[in-house]
Design a protein around this ligand. Structure first.
Ligand code: NAD
Length: 363
């Protein structure tokens, strides 16, 4: 076989779902609901997103759709009791659909409804988490987060309206954007990587790297917000198909051990995890470098520089990791990331964590 023929042997599974993207697209919610044959939506949005929820309610009313109910008790990681409450709210309101407005937390509530009830699901994301494009759900029992993969939980329709992200402050937008960037980067070499996912991931990297500095400095409002939300959509697709590797496993370990903020960890760890993987994936490094506007050798550095430029955290020490946790964290990362594209060795992972801890450039 030639190199090209060998490289173009892959399995790709597209997931169903409709995406409506663009400034003002939230106003198409009534039309999208009608396409799904639904007339009684329950709106899931925290009090923080109350203005957006009220605006949507008025918009639907103008199209003759009466909202059947409203669920406000959105908290991170979908605690079991809250999951039961949202399902009960759907039943009590005789809702035939749910519309979530908010970040990954709100989307997560729509997903657990779909595990229990056969209702239509429209997601209106307002952060860059990407959950709306995946078939992964999560629910927390006590301190145990249960996750699963089920095609039913993916929204039928996702409405991305960049105007809804105008209020996202740099302190949330930066780390959330780095999380999206991490989804793209790891999809390039994750367990599900293939040329189709690579197209999404590379364009996602380009859009996010180009837009995030402008979003975080508020330089050119809606254009930058549009470009980054587009990148976040692509990152969600990349995550759904490509899966995750060393970077996300490291964040999972650090989050579990020390309760560090998820977005902040993503910002700190990404360049270091990519530098660790670099020797095993020279061609992928060239692709990631090109998407970032540099060479393969410069890719990890470019991610580090981007983190610093957008004012996101770049040291694990600064976000609350204790120094005496590094050795145990390294051991756990070695276990959890055993299937990584470069086999994790304890000394190398400890050094990676030390560099990230002190905010050094990726080695
Ligand atoms: P989030 O939804 O908790 O939102 C973070 C904060 O941003 C909240 O305080 C929220 O009120 C605020 N916010 C949201 N939109 C805003 C806006 N436009 N303007 C101003 N403030 C705004 O956090 P997240 O990072 O979006 O999502 C995190 C959750 O999503 C976690 O539970 C994570 O596990 C989950 N997640 C799941 C998947 C998946 O595939 N299942 C993927 C990514 C994340």
């Amino acid at each position: 076989m030639t190199d090209v023929a060998a490289a173009l042997a892959f399995t790709h599974e597209a997931t169903r779902g409709r995406v409506v993207f663009g400034v003002g697209s939230r106003r198409s919610a009534a039309v999208e609901l009608d396409r799904l044959g639904a007339t009684r939506p329950l709106i899931i949005a925290s009090d923080f997103e109350n203005t957006l929820a009220e605006e949507l309610t008025a918009e639907l009313a103008a199209h003759g759709v009466a909202v059947a109910g409203r669920f406000r008790d959105v908290v991170q990681h979908v605690p079991r009791a809250h999951a039961d409450d949202v399902v009960a709210a759907v039943t009590d309101a005789s809702a035939d659909s749910v519309i979530t407005i908010g970040g990954g937390s709100a989307t997560g509530f729509g997903k657990v409804v779909r595990l229990e009830r056969d209702v239509a699901f429209i997601a209106v994301p307002t952060t860059y988490a990407g959950s709306e494009m995946t078939t992964i759900w999560g629910r927390t029992d006590g301190d145990h987060k249960q996750t699963g993969n089920d095609p039913r939980v993916k929204p039928d329709t996702v409405i991305y309206d960049p105007e809804l992200t105008l209020g996202l402050p740099a302190t949330i937008a930066g780390p959330s954007g780095m999380n999206a960037l991490a989804h793209c980067v790891e999809a390039m070499y994750g367990p599900g990587a293939n040329p189709i996912i690579g197209l999404h991931a590379r364009e996602g990297i380009r859009a996010l790297a180009a837009g995030l500095p402008r979003v975080c400095s508020d330089a050119d409002g809606l254009d930058a917000r549009t470009e980054v939300l587009y990148g976040a959509f692509l990152a969600g697709v990349a995550l759904a198909g490509g899966g995750t590797a060393l970077h996300h496993k490291t964040c999972h370990v650090l989050g579990g051990m020390f309760g560090l903020d998820h977005g902040a960890m993503n910002a700190v760890v990404l360049g270091h995890a990519l530098a660790y993987n670099a020797p095993a994936i020279p061609q992928v490094m060239e692709s990631i470098g090109a998407a970032l506007g540099t060479s393969g050798d410069g890719a990890a550095d470019a991610l580090f520089d981007l983190t610093v430029a957008i004012g996101a955290p770049h040291s694990l020490e600064a976000i609350g990791m204790p120094a005496d946790g590094i050795d145990e964290a390294a051991r756990r990362v070695v276990d959890e990331a055993a299937a990584n594209v470069r086999r994790p060795e304890e000394d190398g992972i400890r050094q990676m964590l030390l560099d990230a801890f002190y905010g050094r450039r990726p080695a």
